[in-house]
Design a protein around this ligand. Sequence first.
Ligand SMILES: Cc1cc2nc3c(=O)[nH]c(=O)nc-3n(C[C@H](O)[C@H](O)[C@H](O)COP(=O)(O)OP(=O)(O)OC[C@H]3O[C@@H](n4cnc5c(N)ncnc54)[C@H](O)[C@@H]3O)c2cc1C
Length: 470
Amino acid sequence: MQTISRQDMPVQDLVDALAGVLSPAQIVRDPGVTASHAGDWSEAPRHAPALVVFPRTPQEVAGVLAVCSRLGQPVAIQGGLTGLAGGATPSGVEVALSLAKLNTIEDIDTVGGTAVVQAGVVLEQLQQRVEAEGWSFPLDLGARGSCQVGGNAATNAGGNRVIRFGTMRDLVLGLEVALPDGRLMTMLNRVTKNTTGVDLKHLFIGAEGTLGVITRLVLKLSPRATAANTALCALPSFDAATHLVRDLRCALPALSAFEVMWDDYLEAAMEVTRLRQPFDAPHPVYVLVETLGANDERDREALERELGEALEQGLISDVVVAQSVEDGKKLWAYRESIGELLGQLKPFAAFDVGIPMAAMDAFVESVGSELERRFPAQRHLFFGHIGDGNLHVLSGPHASPDSLHQVEEVVYAATGRVGGSISAEHGIGVVKKEFLAHSRSPVEIELMHSLKALLDPAGILNPGRILDTA
Ligand SMILES: Cc1cc2nc3c(=O)[nH]c(=O)nc-3n(C[C@H](O)[C@H](O)[C@H](O)COP(=O)(O)OP(=O)(O)OC[C@H]3O[C@@H](n4cnc5c(N)ncnc54)[C@H](O)[C@@H]3O)c2cc1C
């Protein structure tokens, strides 16, 4: 196969080559459309691609990749564009491959509890559809209304319920992937136990589209919970939160979320949402607790009993327990204000570090003080899915790229010192790759380069994400 360099190749040549795979309506050059594919939610520099392609079948995705490999044309893979690492943001020379039209829920097995879905299905649509069938897809995150299940798998998304159901990796039974050379690899396994050699799907989960395009997925469902109970707790310290999460995990098998917000976060959340202060006075730390079960009364009693004991022990200073689903949504609104906060603090530095629980308190204290000392005019908000050690830091607005970079250095150096992970769930993309060595060894990085060269020898697929490519 002869590879032609993309450099200086007129866009029309590419359009002509793609016309063998897609209809004209699926190859879009309209600036009104390309502008809306210029980037994700991160601060990575945006570029409107010269064209966006919208394949409708896995075979068309594979066909597009075959053409692009042959022509040496780099491609930015785009799901719902809610990523926070710049992975789906096109560089100046990349065309965009959008999964938005590959969006059919193909099958729901209501006996075995699995769903076969195309990659462009929006997470919230899947959640609602399986709920109607008496099941639940438990992955849940603030971007549920726009992010796609393919993007969730590519980033190994986590979210609010990892403490109970795991990350996206734990929810994927099978995958279908279009490889950069145009082959379609179907691994649509539906069974939980399958020991038949190397489980290749894991190569593509969390690879952020650098090794292949996920086209279809088999997802593991959970029985639908009929009772959701939520409480917002005010705590005297983060140390109290570490004891509370341990106690609640032991006592409440239905525990599904344990979200921590430090006081600055709650204050900022109240400003953007216009929600009221939930307690009579401010407290240093707040925890949003949720249980998902099958018996509303019994689950509420169990939650109230455990929280009552925590009050007596001084782990909690005050608590509000939702008395209805609507009340529960109001309590979640404090935590879910993150979308508005991201908009308000632009240009921001957003972190999703994984920190060992034992080191969390000191980490927040030292990083918080250093950021406040060096950037007194900015806001530095700490919150996260602390039940699984995932801390978010949102710092902004930072007008200069230099200031953003300095914040990154402070947070990632501190993360490396405590043996944490520089990305617990958003991925590396382009915005964190220079810090990858804080979390991965030279041998691991070398092997990642080898895998990239093996699967994508023409280097066309999301080049420069996770790793620098030559
Ligand atoms: C308000 C808000 C809240 C969020 N909360 C969370 C959270 O709690 N937990 C969490 O994990 N994330 C969270 N995120 C980040 C984001 O929603 C997730 O990373 C999500 O999984 C991205 O999905 P997407 O479809 O939008 O992917 P995109 O942003 O389009 O792409 C993300 C990466 O995956 C690649 N990709 C996309 N689709 C495919 C595919 N089919 N095959 C191969 N590669 C593909 C892209 O090239 C890119 O590298 C949040 C974002 C926002 C804006």
